[in-house]
Design a protein. Structure first.
Lengths: 345, 255
């Protein structure tokens, strides 16, 4: 039952710089090797020896292939999907033949004939690429759903109506602030209703968060205290949109709105060793209807991070010293410089 | 013929802009009917304090507020000597709105329109205030405060401060660290409402879990051989035979 949204998701080669892609490829190919040994070995006891033999040739070829693909990652990603597939498959055949050649130099036992090796390499590459293709397909509804959720759950009706109410209260007395608030609202809703499947720069997401917090500030006044520590954030780091805003909304909702006392929401964004870290903190209140919606939002965001960054990204939440704390980390991937295209010799 | 007395209105919402918006709208209403805003409050507790000082005919009350919500506030208001009529205001509470419709309780949807507010205020004079039982049905969540009528006033006792509740004839005695109050209620009903935070240790005693220190062996008192120890309370509370297993279990949990 493919939906329209699913089909629109562009097919993409796996990101060969991603550790998750490496791990999954190695696991998959090792499993294939084991299956091959099961088929090849004359009897059960011979399977382990045969497996070692097969793996000893296959894994070096695989690693060589992954290294080559990682080195050529940018180029591969820029090709069309079909072109990328063919290039990656050709690379696999080259690597397999290369390893075969090296093996024949080291030991002059039989290493199998070249055409068969090439065909096997082609199969293995097809299995790996096919796996990632299906995986992308399987996860892509999460994006469509994320968009729907953005429309339904994310815009809490309470937030919408209360914000309009707050703006109405300003119209007569402070028309300029009302104007600014309506503009913030318009931008917030534009993003919430957009097709949010492309990565955006961190700076954009942070601006959206600030606009959102401005609106909440209008409503909650002194009760909402916001601390930003984002001076050193990598502004050009790419990330899925609407990752931070819903988390902030939860923070305001559960940590501030649920109490008459003022509450501090703090946002800490920094970069360490090629990773972007975001720390959100808000007061933890045990009372009141807690965390059903929060869990849903967190699950959704975790899924989208996984789709974009695989194992390189993580989201953890915990309660510590009376504060609810969410920690996100994802790789620092810069926006592809638009100058690239114009730099032709 | 003397001019009609102005309708005295109090406003209660936890968000300041919402309060000022209501003030503006009430000022607009003044063109059609005399309205006098007697005051505004940011919480149910504040509203009750306000209405002890000055009377109001009607309260515009936000449903969703931190701590004591609008529905609970309305229940406490009912204990005032001359309870005001209540018009609830809500942004989006499907459950509450359904209940309001069903029970013919006055309510307005936020953002509130001037005409609707005027209409509600005009119609109000013919309506009875919503009975407390109805409000209790709409909001089954346990209250955050108990209201105690005392010397012509209504005193709010935070449930979190209550050490134990003791049944005494038709009344229930509410014991806090500093005082004892009398409320007209049944221990059975209170037990149902606060089952999450209180436990029954005796036919006539409910103890607050958060204040319960433990149980002690005691030969003379009670018929089970156990008494309950409550933090900050010198006296010991009897534990009935039926509840003795509870005491033993508690003892095992916290040696």
């Amino acid at each position: 039952m493919a939906s329209i949204g699913q089909n629109r998701y562009p097919d993409r080669l796996p990101d060969f710089l991603n550790a998750g892609v490496w791990a999954r490829s190695v696991l998959l190919v090792t499993a294939l090797c084991f299956a091959a040994s099961l088929a090849r070995a004359p009897h059960w006891q011979a399977v382990p020896d045969d497996f070692v033999e097969v793996v000893a040739v296959t894994l070096p070829a695989l690693v060589l292939w992954l290294l080559a693909a990682a080195a050529l990652n940018r180029l591969l990603q820029r090709l069309s999907y079909a072109g990328g597939l063919s290039a990656a498959a050709a690379l696999a055949v080259l690597c397999a033949l290369g390893v075969r050649q090296a093996a024949s130099w080291m030991q002059d036992s039989d290493v199998g004939d070249a055409p068969r090796q090439a065909a096997l390499a082609l199969f293995a590459a097809a299995a790996v690429l096919g796996f990632f293709h299906l995986r992308g397909r399987a996860l892509s509804p999460a994006l469509t759903e994320a968009r729907l959720q953005a429309l339904q759950a994310r815009i809490r009706p309470h937030f919408l109506f209360n914000s309009i109410n707050a703006v109405l209260s300003l119209v007569r007395t402070e028309p300029r602030r009302a104007e600014a608030a309506l503009q913030d609202m318009a931008e917030l809703f534009r993003v919430l209703m957009a097709d949010n499947r492309q990565l955006v720069p961190l700076a954009d997401e942070v601006r959206l968060c600030r606009q959102y917090l401005e609106l909440e500030q209008l409503r909650l006044g002194e009760r909402l205290r916001v601390q930003w520590h984002a001076d050193k954030m990598p502004r050009d780091a790419m990330m899925p949109p609407l990752v931070l805003q819903p988390l902030l909304e939860n923070a305001v909702n559960h940590g501030v709105e649920s109490s008459a006392e003022p509450g501090v929401v703090s946002i800490n964004i920094y970069e360490v060793r090629g990773e972007v870290h975001v720390m959100l903190r808000n007061p933890y209140r045990q009372d009141g209807a807690h965390h059903g919606g929060n869990k849903m939002a967190i699950g959704n965001i975790r899924e989208r991070l996984a789709l974009h960054f695989d194992a390189e990204a993580a989201l953890e939440s915990r309660v510590r010293e009376g504060a609810y704390q969410v920690h996100i980390r994802f790789p620092y991937v810069r926006a592809p410089a638009p100058a690239d295209e114009g730099k032709a010799p | 013929m003397s001019p009609p007395r102005a309708l005295r209105v109090a406003v209660c919402d936890d968000e300041a802009p919402a309060r000022s918006r209501l003030r503006e709208l009430l000022a607009d209403c003044a063109a059609s009917m005399p309205v006098d805003v007697v005051g505004e409050a940011a919480s149910g507790v504040q509203l009750l304090a306000l209405l002890q000082e000055c009377e109001a005919d009607v309260v515009l009350l936000d449903v969703r507020m931190p701590g004591m919500d609008g529905l609970e506030t309305a229940r406490h208001l009912g204990k005032l000597a001359r309870p005001p009529r209540v018009i609830f205001a809500t942004a989006f509470d499907a459950h509450a709105v359904n209940a309001f419709e069903l029970q013919a309780v006055d309510y307005l949807l936020k953002p509130i329109r001037g005409e609707r507010l005027l209409e509600a205020l005009l119609r109000l004079r013919s309506l009875e205030p919503a009975p407390r039982e109805v409000l209790r049905e709409i909001s089954p969540a346990p209250r955050t405060h108990l209201s105690v009528p005392e010397r012509g006033r209504v005193l709010l006792v935070p449930v979190a401060d209550i050490l134990y509740l003791r049944a005494e004839l038709k009344y229930v005695i509410v014991r806090t660290a500093s005082a004892e109050h009398l409320v007209e209620d049944s221990l059975v009903r209170l037990e149902q409402e606060f089952e999450a935070s209180f436990i029954r240790i005796h036919r006539s005693y409910l103890v607050a879990k958060r204040h319960l220190a433990g149980f002690e062996r005691n030969g003379e008192d009670g018929d089970s051989g156990w008494v309950a120890v409550v933090k900050g309370l010198p006296e010991r509370l009897p534990v009935s035979r039926r509840q003795a297993p509870l005491a033993r279990a508690f003892g095992r949990m916290r040696p």
